[in-house]
Design a protein around this ligand. Structure first.
Ligand code: PLP
Length: 460
């Protein structure tokens, strides 16, 4: 009998959670069960997921930002199938693959002209790992600088740049790195002045808090890096490829000049993982300085034909469907509707965002009744309140959202740019109803809070 994935999926569907529990991350499964997110998804189309009971979910998480252009985009699938059918000589390794060269040529059209040398890899964290190596080789300074609320990936190099101790504490010693507060130019200059840092690595919008920089932050940070001979690495892994209404989020501040830019996530079209480091040629040449060093930084799958194809097709879709304009227009609409419906509530501190990257920040209530509930949750786990928003959004309205990061009070939306006007209205209305419920104490939402507070995962 020939091997069939459809048959395998059908035959094993009943065992899905048991197998996952036995062989994979059982703690994640426990979290999913506790929060009620343990659904069996069987199909996805554009902005929607469908579960085994035929229920439809609006995906406002888009695989952590991978599906900016929707899931299973027919044009990207077609391109990948075409490449498979061509029977190309993929990953010869001792060759100069045409599709990689074509992707580099295409990317150069979207990026600042001085960033015209590229290294392809497989993920966001791998792009950051590579960027760290290029920066260290170029400056001969071992230490790195990042922001206190930063997230740049979870392998041991990029982990050192992470602002949050919860991700790092089990893994010391890490590479030498320090953090400065986001949006604080004085602190940045004080650190850079020491001239010990190879690079300052920055997400233009902080993914774990959806903090947006002050208007002069990126331009001034870029000038300070130049002044103290520190490379400015802008991490656009989450914000890049059109999500914020421009190809790069940092292009909203055109005076900011990066030395290195990292991309990944959406560039894959959600089909084949890909990562990119784009940089100035002089930095590239510090590693690839002669033939002996031609493969000093390399990876086996980096330039593979399927990833290059998915990225080329994704960039084609970006242009043909005018995704950047769509992200700008829809993002503005979603942001203003959410502001209109949520800002009147006392526990909503701010609704902020750029394009299709939006954060809703909550704050402690003033009224005594609500305060009791909030304090109970905070004592169990800082940031637990946001689960009281995310869970009913999913359970009652079938909207998939996330808490932006550990210990924070921000619910984050990274919707597919392709979501419709009626999805936008549905989202804002659902948020309004759930946030209204959260302002009713006692009530069903706070009962859920008590149950969550009791769970051991809150404290470990
Ligand atoms: N950099 C940023 C800004 C990210 O948001 C992420 C992931 O969320 C990464 C790097 C790491 O990417 P990956 O999960 O592909 O390793």
């Amino acid at each position: 009998m020939s091997f069939s994935i459809s048959e395998l999926l059908e035959n094993k569907q009943d065992q899905q959670f048991n197998l996952y529990h036995q062989y994979l991350n059982h703690q994640l499964l426990n979290v999913l069960k506790t929060l009620g997110f343990n659904k069996k998804y069987v199909r996805a189309e554009n902005q929607y997921l469908f579960d085994s009971e035929g229920l439809r979910y609006l995906d406002l998480l888009s695989g952590y930002g991978v599906f900016s252009f929707g899931r299973n985009h027919p044009q990207i699938i077609k391109a990948v199938k075409e490449t498979l059918d061509l029977g190309l000589a993929n990953m010869v390794q001792f060759d100069a693959p045409l599709l990689a060269a074509c992707l580099a040529e295409k990317l150069a059209q979207f990026l600042p002209p001085e960033l015209n040398k590229f290294f392809f890899c497989n993920s966001g964290t791998e792009a950051i790992e590579g960027a760290i190596k290029f920066a260290r080789a170029a400056t001969k300074r071992p230490k790195m600088l990042s922001c206190d609320s930063a997230f740049h990936g979870l392998t041991t190099g990029s982990l050192a740049l992470n602002g949050s101790e919860i991700f790092k504490k089990d893994f010391y010693p890490l590479l030498a790195a320090e953090t400065v507060p986001f949006n604080d130019l004085e602190a940045l200059e004080a650190a850079l002045k020491t001239k010990q840092f190879s690079c300052f690595v920055l997400e233009p919008i902080q993914g774990k808090t959806v903090k947006i920089p002050d208007p002069d932050y990126l331009p001034q940070a870029s000038a300070l890096c130049q002044k103290y001979n520190t490379l400015f690495i802008i991490d656009e892994v989450q914000t890049g490829v059109g999500r914020t209404g421009k190809f790069l989020a940092s292009q909203h501040w055109p005076e900011a000049q990066a030395d290195i830019i990292t991309l990944s996530k959406a560039l894959s079209g959600g089909l084949v993982p890909v990562g990119v480091i784009a940089m100035k040629p002089w930095i590239f040449e510090k590693i690839y300085r002669n033939m002996e060093h031609a493969v000093i930084h390399s990876c086996t799958f980096g330039r593979n034909d399927l990833a290059m194809t998915a990225a080329l097709a994704t960039l084609d879709v970006l242009e043909s469907e005018d995704m950047m304009t769509q992200a700008a227009i829809k993002g503005k609409k979603l942001l203003s509707l959410l502001r209109e419906k949520l800002l009147p509530f006392e526990m909503v501190k701010e609704v902020r965002g750029l394009g299709m990257m939006i954060g809703i920040e909550f704050c402690p209530p003033k009224s005594l009744k609500l305060k009791a509930g909030w304090t109970l949750l905070e004592a169990a786990n800082k940031g637990l309140f946001c689960q009281l928003i995310v869970i009913p959004l999913f359970r009652d309205f079938r909207l998939l959202t996330q808490v932006a990061g550990p210990n924070c009070h921000v619910v984050k939306l990274l919707p597919p740019i392709t979501m419709s006007d009626s999805d936008i209205e549905e989202t804002a209305n659902a948020f309004q109803q759930v946030v209204a419920m959260a302002h009713n104490f006692p009530g069903a939402i706070w009962d859920l809070g008590k149950t969550l507070a009791k769970h051991s995962w809150a404290k470990t």
